[in-house]
Design a protein around this ligand. Structure first.
Ligand code: PMP
Length: 433
């Protein structure tokens, strides 16, 4: 089914120019991944992609977390093909359809009820940013307040509301207008453990001279994926949830990248034992890489008027079909989450040994979101470029692109994980020396 041997590096000297000229001529300069991975992709299965020349790549990026169950997973593909071949409903705004009914019932039965989560489900539009925008709007509408607390190095998307709670200065600058009504606070370990947690946040909340309006909500990622794989400690997350409750501030967990099993459990906050007021999900919720997003919130927060937040693509039925099948296949028991935790530990152990052999490189991450932080400027990008040449797709993250971030599909076999990690180890060794 999936190949297990990585194609040896080609000696093609012009890989940088390997894309057809139409990309340069027609596609905007804003394109990015095709610059780092200059290959025209033709097909994909599981953890492997194949380019038009037949070269294979082990995909350790998985659509930035949108392909937790791998490319073209045959278990999800079969009902999708059946659905399409029967002329079933593809587009339906937010009308009722059989596919949507089945998704909602399955999500309630396999995800919400077993976790005692009494959430309402909103379809906010197909992207993570759509989910974040609706979460921010709802928090403001419920509380009648404007201000949102976000965290240093947070990433929540590219639309204006989501950008206002995003840290990255280059991305923020793209807005072209002031990004307002959001105040950044230090994320866990921002001061290297020197400053007491929430010291600043609590202090300005208490101080009538602190200059902080009573916030509507705090938005947080349990692991900052784009921000450099910064992992919040469970006790930090619990203290944050407790602070929000005590201060009457809504807690939004953005689980767009770390949800759907990336850290082990379905939701990344489960391990901390917290229950956010609002949760955003996207990326792997459809299971097949099809666009889909959800905003979940406490039943009593459902103050939306009908149609107050809408959008044309909130009823992408093929995504409902694959999402339902993914939940039925992987989330009926604890096995998948346990396997992910075990694989994550395996990846971590291997990264620790790579880090131990190289000064200035350290391992970080949680579950199957693991990586290497490189102190030396531009080293992470150089290692990723070498890994690409040797047939592995991996990307950098962090404010200075200093972290190599690995997000392999959760279905990747240990054999394939090891094949990719062997290549990473070689890429580190050859790039560093
Ligand atoms: N939130 C988080 C935590 C994300 O990682 C991302 C995407 N990387 C988004 C929101 C935005 O999702 P999208 O790109 O689908 O708009």
């Amino acid at each position: 089914m999936t190949a297990t041997v990585v194609t040896p590096p080609t000696t093609d000297p012009v890989r940088e120019n390997a894309l057809p000229d139409v990309y340069d001529r027609v596609e905007s300069e804003v394109r990015s991944y095709c610059r780092n991975w200059p290959a025209t992709m033709a097909s994909a299965r599981g953890s492997w992609m194949t380019d038009t020349s037949g070269r294979q790549y082990l995909d350790f990026f998985a659509g930035a977390g949108a392909l937790n169950y791998g490319h073209n997973n045959p278990v999800l593909k079969a009902p999708l093909i059946d659905y399409l071949s029967q002329d079933s409903i593809v587009h339906s705004l937010d009308m009722a359809t059989a596919a949507k009914t089945e998704f909602l019932e399955t999500f309630e039965r396999l995800i919400l009820r077993p976790r005692s989560l009494d959430y309402k489900v909103q379809f906010p539009g197909p992207t993570g940013a759509n989910a974040v925008e609706s979460a921010l709007k709802l928090a403001r509408k419920v509380t009648g307040r404007e201000s949102i607390i976000n965290f240093t190095n947070a990433f929540h998307g590219m639309t204006l509301g989501a950008l206002s709670v995003t840290g990255n200065s280059m991305k923020r600058a793209g807005a072209g207008i002031p990004l307002v009504h959001a105040t950044p606070m230090p994320y866990d370990n921002y001061f290297g453990g020197i400053t007491e947690d929430f010291h600043w946040f609590e202090r300005v909340l208490d101080d009538s001279g602190g200059g902080l309006n009573h916030p509507a909500a705090v938005i947080v990622e349990t692991v900052q994926g784009e921000g450099g794989l910064n992992v919040a400690r469970m006790e930090w997350l619990r203290a944050l949830a407790e602070l929000c409750q005590r201060r009457d501030i809504l807690l939004i967990v953005d689980d767009v990248q770390m949800g759907c099993g990336r850290t082990g459990a379905f939701f990344s906050f489960e391990e901390a034992g917290i229950v956010p007021d609002i949760v955003t999900l996207s990326k792997s919720i459809s299971g097949y890489g099809l666009p889909m997003a959800l905003t979940l919130f406490r039943r009593d927060l459902d103050v939306w008027a009908p149609g107050e937040h809408n959008g044309t693509f909130r009823g992408h039925n093929p995504a409902f079909v694959t999402a339902t099948k993914a939940l039925e296949t992987y989330w009926k028991s604890a096995t998948f989450a346990e396997n992910t935790a075990a694989k994550g530990q395996h990846v971590r152990d291997r990264l620790e040994s790579i880090a131990a052999a190289h000064e200035g490189i350290s391992a970080r991450g949680r579950g199957m979101a693991q990586g290497l932080k490189c102190e030396e400027k531009d080293l992470a990008a150089a290692i990723c470029a070498t890994a690409f040449e040797r047939g592995v797709l991996m990307e950098t993250s962090g404010p200075s692109d200093e972290v190599i971030k690995l997000l392999p599909p959760l279905t990747t076999s240990t054999e394939d994980l090891d094949a990719g990690l062997d290549i990473l180890a070689e890429a580190v060794a050859t790039t560093v020396s």
